[in-house]
Write a new protein. Structure first.
Length: 157
């Protein structure tokens, strides 16, 4: 069984990439790098930093570097790969407070009440102008029709 560690520097040989077609060399280099790190650390996921990715792609799609030295940090089944000079800022995990079902139910109820209050306020503000507009629109055509009807009746007499 491999020795457990948190941080390690590894030099990875990428010369096997030269046997691949020209257009697939750098992509194969990234795949090979991840495979070697996965084998070395026995991690399920390998995450490359942006600077490692840029170092591999620096010479383009056709010319991958022959070797690359990287710093690997193994953490909970995930291996993160950085350049040796790259500064690493680890995220601190916040402790999750365990809450019972009652606390979760109260939170959900509080959220639902807030959203329902907001929706009711929006409906109230929107409904008033719509009713006024609808009633005004209905009155105007009727008044115009009655005026026109009176004019036509007066003209016929």
């Amino acid at each position: 069984m491999a020795k457990e560690y948190k941080e390690k520097k590894i030099t990875i040989n990428l010369t096997k990439v030269c046997t691949k077609p020209m257009t697939k060399r750098t992509r194969a280099g990234i795949f090979l790098l991840k495979a070697k790190v996965r084998k070395e650390t026995r991690a399920t996921d390998v995450i490359l930093s942006n600077q490692v990715n840029e170092a591999i792609w620096a010479r383009g799609m056709y010319h991958c570097p022959r070797k690359i030295t990287v710093k690997v940090i193994n953490d909970k089944g995930n291996a993160r790969v950085y350049l040796p000079d790259e500064k690493v800022e680890l995220k601190k995990e916040e402790k999750k407070t365990e809450k019972g079902l009652k606390a979760k139910a109260e939170e959900m109820a509080g959220k639902k009440e807030k959203t329902s209050e907001v929706k009711e306020e929006k409906k109230e503000t929107k409904e008033v102008p719509k009713e006024e507009i609808k009633t005004e629109k209905k009155k105007e055509p009727l008044q115009e029709k009655t005026k026109e009807a009176k004019k036509t009746v007066a003209e016929k007499k």
